[in-house]
Design a protein around this ligand. Structure first.
Ligand SMILES: *Cc1c(COP(=O)(O)O)cnc(C)c1O
Length: 435
């Protein structure tokens, strides 16, 4: 498979180059030249495939023979090694629980697959690879965990000081070995800007092999398509309308869903559920895109003012707004509404949402209220475990939440990080000194 840049000013690359570069030379994002399509028979026999077999069939179409079948199978067995169960919520609405991985958020899927894929390609080189990643919360821990102890790869995680939760910070800063946490005096957008500046700094990249690990990397996006197929399989959907509600920030998860749909998965509509950082929902309703500084909310992994995958979505639809609007509904949910959903769903149905999933529920509910479907099936992607947002969730519903063992373990460890300002020169100095 060949990949082009959304800016269309650099040459086509293969899967390996797309993964190892992360971002194209012209600053664009990589997109597959063709979206491979599964035919109807594939979908009518899905129940015969395990989640891992599904993942293999999908990834094979993009990876082709750049990774041998045995090796690709091994990567999948090692990374897609926890379930993505669909749990019935109410009426025709279910929840796709994506938090059963090691860091309790859906980003484990992408980060683990990417880490092992990069390890495979990097094993042919004899120079260390340095991964720079900006995180608004969950990316960092998933990436750190995915790369932890991987030979020949160093990881630097930039996170905004005071803007991630206590638990998220613990998850980011308590690994050692090849993982370094950088605490930036600024916002998530500053962190993203610093990472981008490093990539275009010729002087730096001539000395260090750099790569990214944000949702801009195609190796993160690809495994996020797997669970849309897996959800469809579990639902055994016979309804006319299949709707996925996706709590969204950088729009990576949504983009993966759109790709799954273009691969033939019969999805009717995506609900892009966002918090008060409403840039994308404004675009969907008005066609105007006005990026701006992000604001802090309870669903902080979605506090994004200029979503990085926006260019991929426009590209998927050749910038045709009407078609984008046909496939995507979007609206914005306040913190107050988020808390009301958490309270309501627990009190009435004993389901505990985290703040991100609650935003997903609220937007879906709004969408369903505007349409009178009689025949539909809707799935909310629950992107994180409620225990990751313990303070908010516990005070909202007044119960003690059981912390999963894998989270409790890292809470006992000591924080280690380096504090930097939001000036690029400081980051550059740090990187050059530490390697
Ligand atoms: C990252 C994240 C999101 C947003 O996902 P995008 O792919 O950036 O849109 C939503 N919920 C949680 C819990 C996350 O960690």
């Amino acid at each position: 498979m060949k990949f082009y840049s959304t800016n269309r000013k650099s040459a086509l690359v293969n899967f390996e180059q797309a993964v190892m570069k992360g971002l194209a030379d012209d600053g664009g994002l990589f997109m597959p030249e063709i979206i491979p399509v599964f035919y109807k028979e594939f979908f009518s026999h899905l129940e015969n495939l395990s989640f891992q077999e599904l993942a293999f069939s999908i990834s094979k179409k993009f990876v082709e023979d750049e990774i041998g079948e045995d090796k690709l199978e091994k990567i999948i067995l090692e990374t897609i090694n926890f379930p993505a169960p669909v749990v019935h919520l109410i009426e025709n609405i279910s929840v796709l629980e994506l938090f059963h991985g090691p860091t309790l958020a859906f980003k484990d899927f992408g980060a683990r697959f990417m880490a092992k894929t990069m390890e495979f390609f990097n094993s042919k080189e004899n120079k260390e690879l340095n991964i720079l990643v900006a995180t608004s919360g969950d990316t960092g821990s998933a990436v750190a965990n995915g790369f932890y102890g991987v030979e020949g790869i160093n990881v630097f995680i930039l996170y905004p000081r005071g803007k991630v939760s206590y638990i998220q910070e613990k998850q980011l800063t308590t690994l050692d070995k090849n993982i370094t946490a950088l605490e930036i005096d600024g916002t998530f957008d500053d962190c993203q800007r610093l990472v981008k500046a490093a990539f275009v700094d010729k002087q730096l990249t001539s000395q260090l092999r750099l790569s990214s690990a944000n949702s801009i990397n195609f190796a993160r996006l690809l495994p996020q398509t797997f669970y849309y197929f897996e959800a469809f399989k579990q639902l055994q959907n016979n309804n006319e309308n299949l709707i996925f509600s996706v709590p969204s920030g950088n729009l990576g998860n949504l983009t993966a869903g759109l790709i799954a749909m273009k691969m033939g998965l019969p999805i009717t509509k995506f609900v892009a559920a966002i918090n008060s950082n409403s840039v994308f929902s404004e675009y969907i309703s008005t066609g105007k895109y006005s990026p701006r500084k992000s604001i802090t909310t309870l669903s902080n992994a979605m506090d994004v003012g200029d979503p990085s995958n926006f260019s991929r979505i426009k590209d998927l639809y050749s910038n045709n707004l009407e078609e984008i609007q046909n496939n995507i509904y979007s609206d914005s949910t306040s913190d107050e509404e988020t808390l009301n959903v958490i309270k309501d769903l627990y009190n009435k149905h004993k389901y505990i949402f985290d703040p991100h999933g609650a935003v997903g529920f609220n937007s879906l509910n709004n969408y369903l209220n505007k349409n009178n479907f009689t025949d539909y099936s809707a799935v909310i992607l629950e992107t994180a475990h409620p225990a990751k947002f313990l303070d908010v969730v516990e005070t909202t519903i007044n119960i003690k939440i059981q912390m999963p063992e894998r989270l409790a373990a890292c809470m006992k460890k000591e924080k280690k990080s380096a504090a930097l300002s939001n000036e690029y020169s400081e980051l550059k100095k740090f990187l050059l000194n530490s390697i």
